[in-house]
Design a protein around this ligand. Sequence first.
Ligand code: NAP
Length: 284
Amino acid sequence: MTTLMKGKEIAGHLRLEIEKDIEFLTSKGIKCAMAAIRVGERPDAVSYEKATMKWLDKLGIACEAFTYPENISKTDFFAEIEKINNMPNIHGMLLFRPMPKELDTGEVEYIISPEKDIDGMNPVNFGKICGSDDTGYAPCTAKAVMEILKYHNIDLSGKKAVVIGRSMVIGRPVSMMLLNENATVTICHSRTKDLAAVCREADILVAAIGKAGFVTADFIKEGAVVVDVGINVTDEGKVVGDVDFDGVSPKCSYITPVPGGVGSVTNAVLARHIVKAAKQLNGF
Ligand code: NAP
């Protein structure tokens, strides 16, 4: 039988932990707060910002919007980030991407304070993830993958895990966190030879590619656990994952749906990271 790993259920479970921490911080006179940093008016970023603010507000986390014009200079933008780094009432910073090319040159990651870097952009945090240092922050989506596996008590120790995708946002941090849990990890990418055969070795398969229905039944070992991180919109406007769900799910022991899987857990992880930052910045 295949178990569907629904994101809402896991997000609800994380929410209970978040609420407990917020109660504790409130008792200490601390109001959790995040800065939502956006350059320009891309409709997808604006709607993601609105949705995030609404969700955080429901939890009692303040969210302050810092919005800049598309033509802000790099010097001015970095000075603004530095200002937010130094605001004691802000505990986390979320930078919406993509940003204008002139600003996104691989430097901004270094400017965001690692202590407020709740979406794991700063290489200091990647280093902490690699070193299994729990004070660090993984990108929220990558962490959501791990939360899903943990919630379902999937034993990772000694298991073969294959991750398709090597981005800094998902593939690499997920691979490091699987390694930290003692899985034997193979990272695949567009140059991997005989990808389906490599994937057929996997007890746990994580797909983070960005290609609709790319992972088909012939990639799957009977009984594998499959986590589909992909979010793709088909020509018909349907949101689908990187995994051909109908073909793959009968072979799996566990699988995430898209939508309603990883994406639904990501926001809960974001809230948890803000609370964690508020605690750590205040010495708890
Ligand atoms: P990305 O930066 O474009 O990385 C895609 C990765 O897939 C790259 O490492 C690429 O290999 C690899 N790849 C591409 N084609 C391949 C192929 N034919 N065979 C094997 N590997 C291949 O994307 P990303 O930011 O990691 O995002 C991945 C997916 O996750 C996207 O669908 C995105 O929309 C989704 N996503 C979901 C959430 C969520 O909350 N669920 C959040 C963020 C992103 P190379 O490195 O060799 O190019």
